[in-house]
Design a protein. Structure first.
Ligand SMILES: NC(=O)c1ccc[n+]([C@@H]2O[C@H](COP(=O)([O-])OP(=O)(O)OC[C@H]3O[C@@H](n4cnc5c(N)ncnc54)[C@H](OP(=O)(O)O)[C@@H]3O)[C@@H](O)[C@H]2O)c1
Length: 267
């Protein structure tokens, strides 16, 4: 495990906070070359400094807004000019939702898809020709348990994460001949700012920490598990607490799952 990521070039989106930050620090400790992307440059510079202290081989900060799809090809071109190739792309940047579908404007529905789905596939597609040229690469996307089942207050968030599963399952089959791997990571409740940053029905941020998120897994612990899954070349992995079992509940007892969902207080 120690040497696997040493000197690997890893591009992480959503690296200014939470899971992305924890992944960056874990990879830094293993001596990886890091490319950190998100919108908030101040926060990314803070993470970059911590990564250098932790032992990163190098750190490049590249500002990225996943909603600005037209800017992505140029960003990728510039980045590749500097680093040559990317061994691992971690599509982690994203925003959640905390509002009933009935109260969510279509603008907010579109924003969730624009950031979580179209932004992620835009970055992936821009990087793909380089990965194919080098016959090398691993594309890792952080979806969610709600990429496997829908739950209240998260309709378009769940839709955007389900969409990622459809896209990346197809892509995995298309890329097998080039030795490029695709991994989907589905976390449950992880203690980050995800609920504070989640959009409410009118597009404003929720601003508060959910109880379930507060009690969730530490992002550093998740980061270690994600790196293990990448190293093992897993196609899909579920991480979190007891909530992970809901995946199997839906699979084997769908009627019971639906009944349980009615009682779920997961906001
Ligand atoms: N925490 C959980 O319980 C949980 C569970 C399942 C899945 N996830 C997923 O894990 C990923 C990371 O979330 P987190 O929990 O670490 O939450 P977080 O602390 O809110 O971090 C979200 C990250 O995404 C970035 N981001 C948001 N909008 C962006 C945009 N338009 N362009 C570029 N970057 C953007 C943010 O950076 P800027 O604001 O600087 O742009 C930030 O770095 C998300 O995809 C989330 O859906 C989280």
């Amino acid at each position: 495990m120690m040497d696997f990521f040493k000197n690997k070039r890893v591009w992480i989106t959503g690296a200014s906070s939470g899971i992305g930050e924890a992944l960056a620090l874990c990879l830094a400790e293993k001596g990886a070359h890091l490319i950190l992307s998100a919108r908030n440059e101040l926060e990314m510079n803070r993470v970059a400094a911590d990564c250098l202290t932790a032992g990163a081989a190098s750190v490049l900060v590249k500002k990225l807004d996943l909603e600005q799809h037209d800017t992505i090809p140029e960003l990728v071109e510039n980045t590749l000019k500097q680093v040559g190739k990317v061994d691992v792309l971690v599509n982690n940047g994203g925003i959640s939702q905390r509002a009933l579908a009935l109260n969510t404007t279509l603008e907010v529905d579109k924003k969730l898809m624009a950031v979580n789905y179209f932004g992620t596939i835009a970055l992936t597609k821009a990087l793909l020709p380089n990965m194919i040229m080098h016959q090398l690469g691993h594309i890792v996307t952080i979806t969610s348990l709600t990429g496997k089942f829908g739950s209240p207050y998260r309709s378009s968030y769940a839709a955007s994460k389900h969409a990622l599963h459809g896209f990346f399952d197809s892509l995995r089959a298309e890329l097998a001949e080039y030795q490029i791997k695709v991994t989907l990571i589905c976390p449950g409740f992880i203690r980050t700012n995800v609920s504070k940053n989640a959009l409410t029905g009118d597009g404003s941020k929720l601003g508060t920490m959910d109880e379930a998120t507060e009690k969730g897994m530490e992002p550093t612990r998740l980061a270690t598990k994600i790196l293990q899954a990448i190293q093992e070349g897993k196609q899909e992995a579920y991480f979190g607490g007891i909530e992970v079992l809901v995946i199997y509940l839906k699979l084997f007892f769908p009627a019971y799952f639906s009944m349980l969902l009615l009682k779920a207080i997961v906001r």
